[in-house]
Design a binder for this molecule. Structure first.
Ligand SMILES: C[S@@+](CC[C@H](N)C(=O)[O-])C[C@H]1O[C@@H](n2cnc3c(N)ncnc32)[C@H](O)[C@@H]1O
Length: 278
Protein backbone atom coordinates (compact mmCIF):
# COMPACT_ATOMS: atom_id res chain seq x y z
CA UNK A 1 0.00 0.00 0.00
CA UNK A 2 1.28 3.42 -0.89
CA UNK A 3 1.14 6.00 1.91
CA UNK A 4 0.60 8.89 2.02
CA UNK A 5 -1.76 8.72 -0.97
CA UNK A 6 -0.62 10.63 -4.04
CA UNK A 7 -4.10 11.79 -5.10
CA UNK A 8 -5.98 14.33 -2.99
CA UNK A 9 -9.71 14.88 -2.78
CA UNK A 10 -10.84 16.91 -5.77
CA UNK A 11 -10.85 20.61 -5.04
CA UNK A 12 -13.64 20.87 -7.57
CA UNK A 13 -16.24 19.30 -5.35
CA UNK A 14 -18.98 21.88 -5.37
CA UNK A 15 -20.42 23.68 -2.39
CA UNK A 16 -23.64 21.87 -3.26
CA UNK A 17 -22.30 18.42 -2.44
CA UNK A 18 -19.85 19.31 0.30
CA UNK A 19 -22.03 21.63 2.33
CA UNK A 20 -25.24 19.64 2.03
CA UNK A 21 -27.20 22.30 0.21
CA UNK A 22 -28.28 19.70 -2.32
CA UNK A 23 -30.55 17.12 -0.69
CA UNK A 24 -31.42 14.14 -2.91
CA UNK A 25 -35.08 13.30 -3.41
CA UNK A 26 -34.78 10.01 -1.50
CA UNK A 27 -33.75 11.95 1.58
CA UNK A 28 -36.90 14.08 1.31
CA UNK A 29 -38.90 10.86 1.61
CA UNK A 30 -37.06 10.14 4.89
CA UNK A 31 -37.78 13.68 6.09
CA UNK A 32 -41.50 13.27 5.33
CA UNK A 33 -41.51 10.04 7.36
CA UNK A 34 -39.76 11.62 10.35
CA UNK A 35 -42.77 12.05 12.61
CA UNK A 36 -40.84 13.92 15.33
CA UNK A 37 -39.67 16.51 12.82
CA UNK A 38 -42.93 16.90 10.91
CA UNK A 39 -45.09 16.71 14.06
CA UNK A 40 -43.04 19.37 15.88
CA UNK A 41 -43.15 21.78 12.92
CA UNK A 42 -46.89 21.15 12.51
CA UNK A 43 -47.46 22.01 16.18
CA UNK A 44 -45.39 25.20 15.89
CA UNK A 45 -47.10 26.26 12.66
CA UNK A 46 -50.56 25.64 14.15
CA UNK A 47 -49.60 27.68 17.21
CA UNK A 48 -47.95 30.64 15.43
CA UNK A 49 -49.76 31.02 12.11
CA UNK A 50 -53.22 32.61 12.00
CA UNK A 51 -55.65 32.98 9.07
CA UNK A 52 -54.74 35.85 6.72
CA UNK A 53 -51.05 36.01 7.74
CA UNK A 54 -48.38 36.37 5.08
CA UNK A 55 -45.88 33.53 5.37
CA UNK A 56 -42.65 32.72 3.51
CA UNK A 57 -40.99 29.33 3.57
CA UNK A 58 -37.29 29.35 2.67
CA UNK A 59 -36.09 25.95 1.37
CA UNK A 60 -39.55 24.49 0.87
CA UNK A 61 -38.54 21.03 -0.47
CA UNK A 62 -41.62 18.87 -1.07
CA UNK A 63 -43.86 21.70 0.18
CA UNK A 64 -45.08 19.97 3.34
CA UNK A 65 -44.47 22.88 5.74
CA UNK A 66 -45.94 25.38 3.26
CA UNK A 67 -49.00 23.14 3.06
CA UNK A 68 -49.38 23.26 6.87
CA UNK A 69 -49.21 27.07 6.81
CA UNK A 70 -51.70 27.25 3.93
CA UNK A 71 -54.10 24.99 5.84
CA UNK A 72 -53.98 27.53 8.67
CA UNK A 73 -55.45 30.04 6.20
CA UNK A 74 -52.19 31.92 5.53
CA UNK A 75 -51.02 33.37 2.19
CA UNK A 76 -47.86 31.38 1.62
CA UNK A 77 -44.82 31.92 -0.59
CA UNK A 78 -42.74 28.75 -1.04
CA UNK A 79 -39.10 29.40 -2.05
CA UNK A 80 -36.83 26.57 -3.22
CA UNK A 81 -33.64 26.52 -5.28
CA UNK A 82 -33.73 22.97 -6.64
CA UNK A 83 -35.93 22.98 -9.80
CA UNK A 84 -36.71 19.25 -9.49
CA UNK A 85 -38.21 19.85 -6.05
CA UNK A 86 -40.05 22.95 -7.21
CA UNK A 87 -41.96 20.98 -9.82
CA UNK A 88 -42.60 18.13 -7.37
CA UNK A 89 -43.91 20.54 -4.74
CA UNK A 90 -46.09 22.25 -7.33
CA UNK A 91 -47.67 18.88 -8.16
CA UNK A 92 -48.09 17.88 -4.49
CA UNK A 93 -49.66 21.22 -3.52
CA UNK A 94 -52.07 20.80 -6.45
CA UNK A 95 -52.93 17.22 -5.37
CA UNK A 96 -53.61 18.56 -1.85
CA UNK A 97 -55.95 21.26 -3.16
CA UNK A 98 -53.59 24.09 -2.09
CA UNK A 99 -52.32 25.40 -5.43
CA UNK A 100 -54.26 28.65 -5.06
CA UNK A 101 -52.96 29.28 -1.51
CA UNK A 102 -49.24 28.83 -2.13
CA UNK A 103 -47.13 30.92 -4.47
CA UNK A 104 -44.29 28.68 -5.68
CA UNK A 105 -41.02 30.50 -6.40
CA UNK A 106 -37.85 28.92 -7.70
CA UNK A 107 -34.80 30.90 -6.57
CA UNK A 108 -31.92 30.99 -4.12
CA UNK A 109 -33.39 31.95 -0.76
CA UNK A 110 -30.31 34.07 -0.10
CA UNK A 111 -31.45 36.56 -2.71
CA UNK A 112 -35.22 36.30 -2.23
CA UNK A 113 -37.07 39.42 -1.10
CA UNK A 114 -40.88 39.33 -0.72
CA UNK A 115 -42.98 42.04 -2.34
CA UNK A 116 -44.81 42.92 0.87
CA UNK A 117 -43.97 42.49 4.58
CA UNK A 118 -44.40 39.00 5.98
CA UNK A 119 -45.53 37.88 9.43
CA UNK A 120 -43.71 34.57 9.65
CA UNK A 121 -40.70 32.96 7.96
CA UNK A 122 -40.37 29.18 8.15
CA UNK A 123 -36.87 27.88 7.46
CA UNK A 124 -36.00 24.23 8.06
CA UNK A 125 -32.43 23.89 6.81
CA UNK A 126 -31.26 22.55 10.12
CA UNK A 127 -28.35 20.24 10.74
CA UNK A 128 -26.44 19.35 13.89
CA UNK A 129 -24.32 22.30 15.06
CA UNK A 130 -25.77 24.25 12.08
CA UNK A 131 -22.89 22.67 10.19
CA UNK A 132 -23.97 21.29 6.85
CA UNK A 133 -27.15 23.07 5.89
CA UNK A 134 -27.24 26.84 5.70
CA UNK A 135 -29.97 27.84 8.12
CA UNK A 136 -27.83 30.58 9.63
CA UNK A 137 -26.48 31.98 6.35
CA UNK A 138 -29.86 31.89 4.59
CA UNK A 139 -31.70 33.62 7.45
CA UNK A 140 -28.93 36.25 7.78
CA UNK A 141 -29.05 36.99 4.03
CA UNK A 142 -32.86 37.07 4.08
CA UNK A 143 -32.89 39.49 7.05
CA UNK A 144 -30.39 41.82 5.35
CA UNK A 145 -32.36 41.89 2.06
CA UNK A 146 -35.67 42.22 3.92
CA UNK A 147 -34.38 45.08 6.09
CA UNK A 148 -33.30 47.09 3.08
CA UNK A 149 -36.82 46.79 1.63
CA UNK A 150 -38.78 47.01 4.91
CA UNK A 151 -36.50 48.83 7.38
CA UNK A 152 -38.97 48.93 10.28
CA UNK A 153 -40.27 45.41 10.30
CA UNK A 154 -38.89 42.00 11.29
CA UNK A 155 -40.89 38.81 10.85
CA UNK A 156 -41.11 35.99 13.37
CA UNK A 157 -38.99 32.94 12.50
CA UNK A 158 -39.80 29.26 12.89
CA UNK A 159 -37.52 28.07 14.49
CA UNK A 160 -37.05 30.97 16.91
CA UNK A 161 -33.89 29.76 18.63
CA UNK A 162 -31.33 26.99 18.23
CA UNK A 163 -29.25 25.85 21.20
CA UNK A 164 -25.86 24.26 20.52
CA UNK A 165 -24.44 21.91 23.15
CA UNK A 166 -21.37 19.71 23.59
CA UNK A 167 -20.46 16.83 25.88
CA UNK A 168 -17.29 14.83 26.61
CA UNK A 169 -17.75 11.13 25.98
CA UNK A 170 -15.97 7.84 25.53
CA UNK A 171 -17.20 6.30 22.30
CA UNK A 172 -16.56 2.76 21.13
CA UNK A 173 -15.18 3.00 17.60
CA UNK A 174 -14.49 -0.71 17.55
CA UNK A 175 -16.32 -2.65 14.84
CA UNK A 176 -15.76 -6.40 15.33
CA UNK A 177 -12.11 -5.75 16.15
CA UNK A 178 -11.62 -3.05 13.51
CA UNK A 179 -10.83 0.32 15.11
CA UNK A 180 -12.26 3.16 13.01
CA UNK A 181 -12.61 6.51 14.81
CA UNK A 182 -14.76 8.45 12.33
CA UNK A 183 -17.24 11.29 12.81
CA UNK A 184 -20.72 9.79 13.04
CA UNK A 185 -24.32 10.83 13.52
CA UNK A 186 -26.36 9.49 16.38
CA UNK A 187 -30.07 9.65 17.20
CA UNK A 188 -30.80 12.36 19.80
CA UNK A 189 -31.69 9.85 22.51
CA UNK A 190 -29.67 9.11 25.62
CA UNK A 191 -28.51 5.63 26.64
CA UNK A 192 -26.61 4.81 23.45
CA UNK A 193 -24.86 1.44 23.91
CA UNK A 194 -21.52 2.53 22.37
CA UNK A 195 -21.34 5.82 24.29
CA UNK A 196 -20.22 6.45 27.89
CA UNK A 197 -21.13 9.96 29.04
CA UNK A 198 -18.23 11.46 31.01
CA UNK A 199 -19.64 14.99 31.42
CA UNK A 200 -23.03 16.66 31.21
CA UNK A 201 -24.00 18.54 28.06
CA UNK A 202 -22.79 22.12 28.14
CA UNK A 203 -24.41 24.89 26.06
CA UNK A 204 -21.90 26.83 23.96
CA UNK A 205 -24.28 28.98 21.88
CA UNK A 206 -27.89 30.13 21.76
CA UNK A 207 -28.78 31.24 18.26
CA UNK A 208 -31.67 33.69 18.24
CA UNK A 209 -32.75 34.05 14.60
CA UNK A 210 -33.95 37.62 15.28
CA UNK A 211 -30.41 38.64 16.32
CA UNK A 212 -27.11 38.64 14.44
CA UNK A 213 -26.12 35.01 13.91
CA UNK A 214 -22.41 34.24 14.50
CA UNK A 215 -20.71 31.76 12.16
CA UNK A 216 -17.78 30.96 14.47
CA UNK A 217 -17.75 30.08 18.15
CA UNK A 218 -14.42 30.57 19.86
CA UNK A 219 -15.27 30.68 23.53
CA UNK A 220 -13.90 27.99 25.85
CA UNK A 221 -16.36 25.55 27.40
CA UNK A 222 -15.98 24.23 30.93
CA UNK A 223 -17.20 20.68 31.45
CA UNK A 224 -17.93 19.21 34.84
CA UNK A 225 -16.77 15.62 34.83
CA UNK A 226 -19.40 13.19 36.07
CA UNK A 227 -17.52 9.94 35.54
CA UNK A 228 -13.76 9.20 35.34
CA UNK A 229 -12.59 7.76 32.03
CA UNK A 230 -10.85 8.44 28.73
CA UNK A 231 -12.32 11.19 26.60
CA UNK A 232 -11.93 10.12 22.98
CA UNK A 233 -14.78 12.10 21.40
CA UNK A 234 -17.03 15.12 21.75
CA UNK A 235 -20.75 14.73 21.19
CA UNK A 236 -22.55 17.76 19.73
CA UNK A 237 -26.29 18.18 20.23
CA UNK A 238 -28.67 20.72 18.66
CA UNK A 239 -31.98 21.62 20.22
CA UNK A 240 -34.32 23.80 18.18
CA UNK A 241 -37.02 25.87 19.82
CA UNK A 242 -39.56 26.13 17.03
CA UNK A 243 -41.99 28.33 18.96
CA UNK A 244 -42.72 29.36 22.53
CA UNK A 245 -46.22 29.14 23.97
CA UNK A 246 -45.93 31.82 26.67
CA UNK A 247 -49.47 31.27 27.99
CA UNK A 248 -48.73 27.63 28.72
CA UNK A 249 -45.04 28.36 29.50
CA UNK A 250 -44.10 25.63 27.04
CA UNK A 251 -41.64 25.47 24.15
CA UNK A 252 -42.27 23.45 21.01
CA UNK A 253 -38.90 21.83 20.36
CA UNK A 254 -37.20 19.53 17.89
CA UNK A 255 -33.73 18.04 18.42
CA UNK A 256 -31.47 17.31 15.47
CA UNK A 257 -29.34 14.18 15.25
CA UNK A 258 -26.19 14.37 17.39
CA UNK A 259 -22.71 14.43 15.92
CA UNK A 260 -19.98 12.33 17.55
CA UNK A 261 -16.57 13.76 16.67
CA UNK A 262 -13.48 11.70 17.60
CA UNK A 263 -10.58 13.75 18.98
CA UNK A 264 -7.01 13.09 17.78
CA UNK A 265 -5.44 12.81 21.27
CA UNK A 266 -7.69 11.07 23.82
CA UNK A 267 -7.07 12.09 27.44
CA UNK A 268 -8.04 10.84 30.88
CA UNK A 269 -10.36 12.72 33.23
CA UNK A 270 -11.14 12.25 36.91
CA UNK A 271 -14.44 12.99 38.65
CA UNK A 272 -15.05 16.56 39.78
CA UNK A 273 -12.22 18.00 37.68
CA UNK A 274 -12.74 20.46 34.86
CA UNK A 275 -11.50 20.23 31.31
CA UNK A 276 -11.49 22.94 28.71
CA UNK A 277 -12.32 22.57 25.03
CA UNK A 278 -11.34 25.46 22.76
C1 LIG B 1 -33.96 20.09 5.13
S1 LIG B 1 -34.75 20.43 3.59
C2 LIG B 1 -36.36 20.86 4.18
C3 LIG B 1 -37.41 20.78 3.12
C4 LIG B 1 -38.83 21.11 3.61
N1 LIG B 1 -38.89 22.46 4.16
C5 LIG B 1 -39.31 20.14 4.64
O1 LIG B 1 -39.42 20.51 5.79
O2 LIG B 1 -39.51 18.98 4.28
C6 LIG B 1 -34.04 21.97 3.09
C7 LIG B 1 -34.45 22.42 1.71
O3 LIG B 1 -33.78 23.68 1.47
C8 LIG B 1 -33.42 23.74 0.09
N2 LIG B 1 -32.35 24.73 -0.02
C9 LIG B 1 -31.07 24.61 0.42
N3 LIG B 1 -30.39 25.74 0.18
C10 LIG B 1 -31.26 26.60 -0.41
C11 LIG B 1 -31.16 27.93 -0.88
N4 LIG B 1 -30.01 28.61 -0.78
N5 LIG B 1 -32.25 28.51 -1.43
C12 LIG B 1 -33.43 27.83 -1.53
N6 LIG B 1 -33.58 26.56 -1.11
C13 LIG B 1 -32.52 25.95 -0.55
C14 LIG B 1 -33.00 22.31 -0.22
O4 LIG B 1 -33.05 22.08 -1.63
C15 LIG B 1 -34.06 21.53 0.56
O5 LIG B 1 -35.19 21.29 -0.22
Amino acid sequence: MQYPPTATVSQNQSDESTLGQYIPLLYHYNMLQDDDRVGSFLQAIKFVIQPGMNVVELGGGTGILSSFAARQGANVTYVERNPELVSIAYGFLDKNGLKANVDVVQCDAMSFVPESPVDVVICEMLHVGLLREKQAQVIEAFKANYKSRFPNHTPQFIPEVTMLLAQLINQSFDFHGFHAPLPMFQAPVMGQSRTTELSKFQTYANIDYQELIPHRFEQGIHFQIELPGTVNAVRFATQNILAVNMAEQRAITWPNQCLVLPIPSPFHVHSLTFSQLD
